[in-house]
Write a protein that binds this ligand. Structure first.
Ligand code: FAD
Ligand code: N01
Length: 543
């Protein structure tokens, strides 16, 4: 550890889309800021997740920054759903265009941040020995950035190469002629399995829970559509931000799935199935996510599509999700996923029937057989929403560790701040809409709210801001009440922390929708930051 401490207005952790835009806004406020990023360049999710088939599931023209009209006019997306390399190229373009890299310390991980009551500053330590002292600590560490390997006996004994989709080698992996095992059938598995199968000699898919996927219907973007969207981009973005639930403009459902006969239901869902859009089937009726029977009718439609695509009825039945309501685990957009199981060189192993006993040097041993493999892919997801936030030691006002405060689940005010941790902000933190939405909309909304708050503090001569415990309690209750009104808590999903043994089972995102949520945040600010204590103090001198 060096003795030098760099004095700053703000430290931002993470150089994904959150940290990049936060830096841009802080500079605009005339503040000194340092971004600290574990990776060797910008892009966050899109820097790490380089597995075959990785691409967005929110349309590219939505899944992009809106803060600069020139940027959105000049950037050309090639496909409806851009690939990981294209999204990463976009992140690089933004970094170049706004000259962001000069304030980003790459290959540096924040390991500890401690609030200093005397100076009212955060003292931030990194694994490179650098230390920063900053008035504000802004966490842009990502909801899906702490890759998680499965707890399987013998995991370190596998003789061949192993890969996690969220930490994919930059040089790529050549699976040609190889026997590949893939553990996990969430979005990452569903995107990568068809492409791995194109090259491998044989793919064995180890499935613990089947997932719902609908066809992406990806295609090159139609220039006429692009021109039209660009001509109306400002209006479109405003609509998406203020008047939608998920941050993309889709027709809102007006009917109950229980109010229509079967013919009408089938026709309506078939139409939605053709859209190739994440919220198409989820939002087909207004009670899909709140009424079990309505949900079952919609789920039944998807079950039939899977049975249609998959030739072998036994394999099809294994792929049909039956143990949780449709949509309570994140729905995937796929390109050829179910059809991949029609290939003679792809085997599905249902781990509910024959669980994995251990990983052995030659492959994976289930209760039924040993599958010999050359390569093993973990598509096993992330310690989502809280994993990256709780990895460093974050020590608050009374010496409390954030990890301890959140031992029974995250507690935040608006997903933006947490009581006992002054001048700490979390971009797309738990209990904000975040992962239930187009993340670009949620990221920009949080960054803008934080930047406006800091500008307000500057203008008023205020030095610290802290969420009040009663406001936090009320927000946590509200988040839980809204979740309890839906079927979401019924899925063993990462939304619930269910994929991490020992993690508290609470529904972590806020399901109230980006439009209503933004209105609440704006109202809080307009009322002088209701629920926050703002103070001015002489003690903001450097540590
Ligand atoms: P991230 O992109 O996760 O960046 C966080 C950064 O923080 C990382 O680079 C990490 O290295 C760094 N970091 C974390 N902890 C530390 C530390 N202690 N010290 C230093 N650095 C640290 N969302 C959508 O809306 N639409 C999509 O189509 C979509 N597709 C996705 C596809 C994949 C494969 C995944 C995994 C997620 C996807 N998401 C999607 C969610 C995606 O994570 C967000 O859209 C968005 O990219 C998040 O940006 P971020 O900057 O908040 O976090
Ligand atoms: O991770 P997941 P992901 N033994 O947690 C299985 C975003 N994203 O990386 O369901 C056996 O969804 C686990 O099984 P189960 C998107 O938000 C978007 O795929 O827990 N299996 C599950 O099948 C997404 O939701 C895109 O029973 C084990 C899988 O691993 C989020 O990131 C693409 C296991 C993990 O699925 C996470 O997706 C990729 C074990 N011990 C990601 N442990 C787009 O399309 C876990 N599993 C834009």
């Amino acid at each position: 550890m060096t003795d030098t401490v760099r004095e700053l207005d703000a430290v931002v952790v993470g150089a994904g889309f959150s940290g990049m835009y936060m830096l841009h806004r802080l500079r605009g406020l005339g503040m000194t800021a340092q971004v600290v990023e574990a990776a060797s360049d910008v892009g966050g999710t899109w820097w790490w997740n380089r597995y075959p088939g990785a691409r967005c599931d929110i349309e590219s023209m939505d899944y992009s920054y809106s803060f600069d009209p020139d940027l959105e006019q000049e950037w050309e997306w090639s496909e409806r759903y851009a690939t990981q390399p294209e999204i990463l190229a976009y992140a690089n373009h933004v970094a170049d265009r706004f000259d962001l890299r000069r304030d980003i310390a790459f290959e540096t991980r924040v390991t500890r941040a401690e609030w200093q009551p005397g100076s009212e500053r955060w003292l931030v330590d990194t694994d490179r020995g650098g230390r920063f002292s900053a008035r504000f600590l802004i966490m842009g560490v990502g909801c899906l950035s702490a890759a998680k390997r499965p707890e399987i006996d013998g995991i370190d004994t596998f003789a061949g190469p192993e890969y996690h989709t969220g930490e994919w080698p930059h040089e790529g992996v050549d699976f040609t002629g190889r026997r590949v095992g893939v553990i996990g059938t969430g979005s990452s598995g569903i995107q990568s399995i068809p492409l791995i199968a194109e090259h491998a000699a044989h793919v064995t898919v180890f499935q613990r829970t089947p997932n719902y996927a609908q066809p992406a219907r990806n295609a090159p973007l139609d220039p006429a559509f692009v021109a039209d969207r660009k001509a109306n981009y400002r209006d479109y973005r405003e609509h998406a931000k203020r008047e939608t639930h998920g941050g993309v403009v889709v027709p809102a459902p007006t009917q109950s799935a229980l109010s229509v006969d079967d013919d009408e239901l089938q026709a309506h869902l078939q139409d939605r199935w053709e859209w190739g859009q994440l919220f198409a089937v989820l939002g087909s009726y207004d009670d899909v996510m709140i009424d079990e029977e309505a949900n079952a009718r919609v789920a039944g439609f998807v079950h039939d599509r899977i049975r249609e695509i998959v030739d072998d009825p036994e394999v099809a039945e294994k792929l049909v999700p039956k143990t949780y309501p449709f949509g309570t685990k994140r729905v995937c957009l796929d390109t050829g996923y179910y059809a991949t199981f029609n290939r003679p060189d792809v085997t599905l192993v249902d781990l509910r029937e024959t669980p994995i006993e251990e990983i052995v040097p030659e492959g994976v041993r289930t209760t039924d057989a040993t599958y010999e493999l050359d390569d093993l892919v973990f598509a096993t997801g992330f310690d989502a929403m809280t994993g990256a936030l709780l990895k460093p030691d974050i020590v608050g006002r009374d010496g409390t560790l954030l990890r301890d405060k959140w031992a029974a689940g995250p507690r935040t005010y608006l997903g933006l701040a947490t009581a006992g941790f002054p001048d700490l902000f979390t971009i797309t933190g738990p209990q904000s809409p975040s992962v239930m939405t187009n993340m670009m909309v949620s990221i920009e909304q949080h960054v803008d709210w934080i930047a406006d708050c800091l500008a307000h503090m500057e203008a008023e001569g205020l030095t610290t801001i802290e969420a009040e415990a009663p406001a936090e309690d009320a927000w946590v209750d509200h988040v839980n009440q809204v979740a309890a009104f839906t079927l979401y808590p019924r899925g063993n999903s990462w939304y619930m922390g269910a994929n991490v043994p020992g993690k508290p089972r609470v529904f972590m995102p806020y399901i109230g929708g980006v439009g209503p949520y933004r209105a609440v945040c704006d109202e809080v600010a307009a009322e002088g930051y209701r629920g926050f204590t703002l103070r001015s103090s002489a003690a903001t001198a450097p540590a």
